[in-house]
Structures are given as C-alpha cells and as structure tokens.
Design a binder for this molecule. Structure first.
Ligand code: UDP
Length: 235
C-alpha cells in the first residue's frame, strides 16, 4: 500500500445516492464495503464527512437565517451522517470511533488528537464529526485540518466526478481530466479543488490531495495502492 494513513473526505451529498435528500442505506453499505477492503490491507483510516445532504449554513442564510445558527445546524448534520456511517462500518465488521469537534458526549467522544491517533494505531476507523467546530468553515477545511493534525499521508477526496477537469465535465463535454497537478498549477489555472481555506492549509503543509470517484467500485483500493486514479495535487 502506498499510503499507510489516509484522511478520507466524503461529501454529505454523496450519501444521498439517487435520492434528493437524506441518507441512502444502500450507498452507505457500498461505502462500508469499499472502506473494508483497504482496512483489511492495513491502511489506517480517518474520515471526515460533510453535511450538505441535510443542511448547509449558507443555504439557511440565503433564506434569512442567521449564518452562525445555520452553520451550527450544518455541523450537527455532519454528526448525523457520521453516526450513520459509523453504524454501516460496524455492521460490516469494523471497529470505529466517532469524535466530534462539538461535545455531544452521549453519542461521541470529544475530539482529542492523541486519542484519535491511538485509535488509528489500533486499527479503529476514526470518524471526525461537527467539522472544525467553528462557523464559516467547511468540512473540506476540517478534513485538511484533521489530516494535518493526525499526520495523514494524503487527503482522499471521494466525489462523484473522477478527478479535476479543465472545465466542469457536467457542463462542458470538451473538458479533459488532469492526472497530476501541483498546488501552484491549481492556483494559476483557477481550478476548483476545495475552498481556498482548505486548499491553502493543504498547500502550506504539503499534504497531497487526490480527487477521485468514490462511487466506482474498487477505486478506493486502487488509490491507496498508488494507482493513478483521479487527479493528484501535490507540491
Ligand atoms: N460547517 C461549519 N463549520 C465547519 C464545517 C461545517 O460551519 O467546520 C457547516 C456549514 O454550515 C456547512 C455545513 O456544516 O455548510 C455542512 O458542511 P459542508 O457544506 O462542508 O458539507 P459537504 O458539502 O461536504 O456535504
């Protein structure tokens, strides 16, 4: 395995499957099975999950809600997704811990870096919920932050597109995919990989990002084996 410790970022929207809202149990089970394959190969796995399938602070604000209030609701949405994923991983036979940036001690451990690392060393999958615990941030930023903190080798951004394209492939049929990019390339070309805060944090800490299609069976294993799947952004 090329990567010993990974930080997997899954978007909340990915959990919807074919639905318009919420969580698709079939999609959860598929993700659990993909994650199990790399777990069995000894990869240490930390996961940050988004909340966009349930609530986004920005959308709340655009409907007149206080942004900070909306962002806390979004953070709680990531905890709901984290609990759902935790259940699916445990059903598939893996040991897990959910740690949250906001304390909700009846259902999750509070985030403690040293404890998280110890869980990873013991082969437990650690899911980080509630983002960074602060409004005005995203779960992409939480993913990079936690990735840097636990010394992950790479951020794996599992999406429904298979990498970074010259233009949005869902809108422009002539768009072509990049296999590798440097952080500088991404900035120069104005490509959209993650929000600026997340991207800068990754660049400053020289933590590579791989954007790949999480919905294609076997892709996660391939990525961890070092196969050129998706697009890699590094120094
Ligand atoms: N959020 C936040 N601080 C964080 C992470 C998330 O306030 O550190 C809120 C924010 O409102 C965001 C929502 O949680 O819109 C859901 O996260 P995100 O949009 O990143 O989820 P994804 O797009 O990955 O599903």
């Amino acid at each position: 395995m090329k990567y010993k410790r990974i930080l997997l970022k899954l978007s909340g929207e990915a959990l919807m499957g074919d639905r318009q809202y919420g969580i698709d149990p079939k999609r959860l089970a598929e993700y659990a099975s993909e994650i199990k394959q790399i777990h069995e190969k000894g990869v240490e796995i930390a996961i940050v999950i988004g909340g966009g399938n349930i609530f986004r602070g920005v959308s709340g604000a655009s409907n007149g809600m206080d942004r900070v209030q909306g962002d806390y609701m979004g953070m709680l949405a990531t905890v709901i997704n984290g609990m759902a994923l935790q259940g699916a991983l445990e059903d598939a036979g893996m040991q897990t811990r959910l740690q949250t940036a906001l304390k909700i001690e009846a259902i999750a451990e509070p985030y403690i870096k040293r404890r998280a690392v110890r869980h990873l060393e013991k082969g437990r999958i650690v899911i980080f919920g509630a983002g960074t615990g602060n409004p005005y941030f995203t779960t992409d930023t939480a993913a990079v932050l936690r990735g840097v903190e636990v010394h992950a080798d790479v951020i794996l951004k599992g999406t429904r597109v298979d990498g970074i394209y010259t233009a949005d492939p869902e809108k422009d049929a002539s768009a072509t995919k990049y296999d590798t990019l440097t952080f500088e390339d991404v900035l120069k070309k104005g490509l959209n990989v993650m929000d600026t805060t997340a991207f800068t944090l990754s660049q400053e800490n020289e933590l590579p990002i791989i954007v790949f299609d999480m919905n294609k069976e076997g892709n996660l294993v391939k990525v961890c084996e070092g196969e050129l799947v998706g697009t890699t952004v590094s120094v």
